[in-house]
Design a protein around this ligand. Sequence first.
Ligand code: ZN
Length: 662
Amino acid sequence: MISALLAAGTSCTNTPQGLTSDGGDFVYNDERFADLQMLRYKVEGFEDLTLKQKTFIYYLQEAALYGRDILFDQNGKYNLRIRKMLEDVYVNYEGDREEENFKAMEVYLKRVWFSNGIHHHYGSEKFVPGFSKEWLASQTELTDEIANVIFNPSVLQKRVNLAEGQDLVKTSASNYYENVSQEEAEAFYEKQKAEGDTLHPVMYGMNSRLVKTESGDFIEKKWTTEGLYGAALKKIVENLKLARPYAEDAQQQKVIDLLISYYETGDLSTFDQYSIAWVENTEPLIDFVNGFIECYGDPLGLKCSWESIVNFKDLEATKRTQTLSANAQWFEDNSPVAPAFKKEKVKGISAKVIKAAILGGDLYPSTAIGINLPNSDWVRAEHGSKSVTIGNLTDAYNQAAKGNGMLQEFAFGPEEIELIEKYGDLTDDLHTDLHECLGHGSGKLLEGVDGDSLKAYGSTIEEARADLFALYYLADPKLVELGLLPNAEAYKASYIAQMQNGLLTQLVRINLGNNLEEAHMRNRALIAHWAYEHGKKDNVMELVKRDGKTYVKINDYEKLRGLFGELLAEIQRVKSTGDFKGAQALVETYGVKIDPTIHKEVLDRYKKLNIAPYKGFINPVYTAVRDKDGNITDVTISYSEGYAEQMLRYSKDYATLPLINE
Ligand code: ZN
């Protein structure tokens, strides 16, 4: 499972600094086209790794890049052909590159690269080309079949169709089923499930295309080194084998062996064995995911798309989470919650913070900022899961947003801007750590209370509980004492961020006229509106109007902390006692409805800033330095490759599959 950036509060804690360089010549923002902004991420600490570790990462990132074509073909059966055709036109074009048709084709191709296919990576609708069929036909040999796929809007409309009442398999353009109806696919896998081990079920269907033959038989074309996508998987296996001697410990070598065996056989119980070995392999600094992992691309949620990420632990950030975990009992004992609802013995959870070294397949260029794997339910229940936050990607998002004008537009004045510029990134990270490591793990249910009694309000209340725990403690002198915050002022940045986001800026993601639906967004609104209403009598904060624009002004940070503590105690009571009516009243009163006047104003202000709604990453380039015998003596990293340059290089050097895969 992944957590996408859209779920996180991203907008208002970013600081404007004009240019986005980070002291040196590293630039986070790269080019922008259509609704997309390309970013770069920095792999800080790579240079300090040992040669063995660098070499390990080098071969793993090769294995990550060799899977690219698999995803293109999974996303649609014409994608590889269209990509190749357009790349040829793009590279060989001799006409005026400023000409309208060419420029439109360039944008279309850049979107195809970004989406790993001809459908939008997020909305999954087919791209509408801005160039004409005649123009394209004048540049290349355009068959009727391909012309129809690109230009006919009623053909292959959506990559994944989830509209109720339709045959989701037949109406989805993704390439996981052939000549099969939804009913047939469901029946096929129901039968497999019924006949298999029900206690420890494998993930049926996850690594194959289901095909109905002309004679009416159903066959699974498995994705293995000897089967479908074999050429790509062979290159991946080859590089996993090269990486293996440099693995960090024996357990990690076992992980690689099981993965190779699974790629060679397609055996799903081997995949489960691999997942178990992987989840138990927690010691190494370097870790990686490489495989058929997430199933969001299949309308039935069975077939997994190929992805890879290679990463290593961020030791600094992980130290932060360890400090919090080590003091978990102190935080529990000193919280404003009633003693009956507190845990006598609390265990901190240390979530790992990692740095991505390379992104591949379905994690590239659009990516997740948090990952929790494996996805098999029984493996999770019996062996646990690994939960990671990808620190350097979050950083890149934050840094790239500096200068997008958001903070200047919505902050009350220079004092607020300064606090956020100085401490915003730090308090953001700490907020996440407190929320994840301590907040969710704190408190307890009274005996006999059913964990599901808050029903549809449960997740909003749970998120509010974790956020309030974080907000309350951000202002505690204990954090300065533990060395996690530099002084007693810093926390104010997080209070400004919380209030601005909850009252104003998070509304940019909602269409006018809609309510708040998502739990994290409801929780932020709940906290902000509750604190605003309850602080009125003491003038804790105000909504100030200036030139027709609304600003949040906090007058008394101490009292605001008191309010957060009060609400935390109440929310914990609601949770601990299973008070459904209490939860309903809080969420419905403060967390759902949006004032249409404020909403419109916020949307108008946001629109003027002209910020691209979707972002993705250009990978760094790793180069192996070899001696005359071919031994690797160093691995260098560089960040200078352009977006088109990178995509064209990948299409050339890592092209593994034929254009048609049957
Ligand atoms: Zn949470």
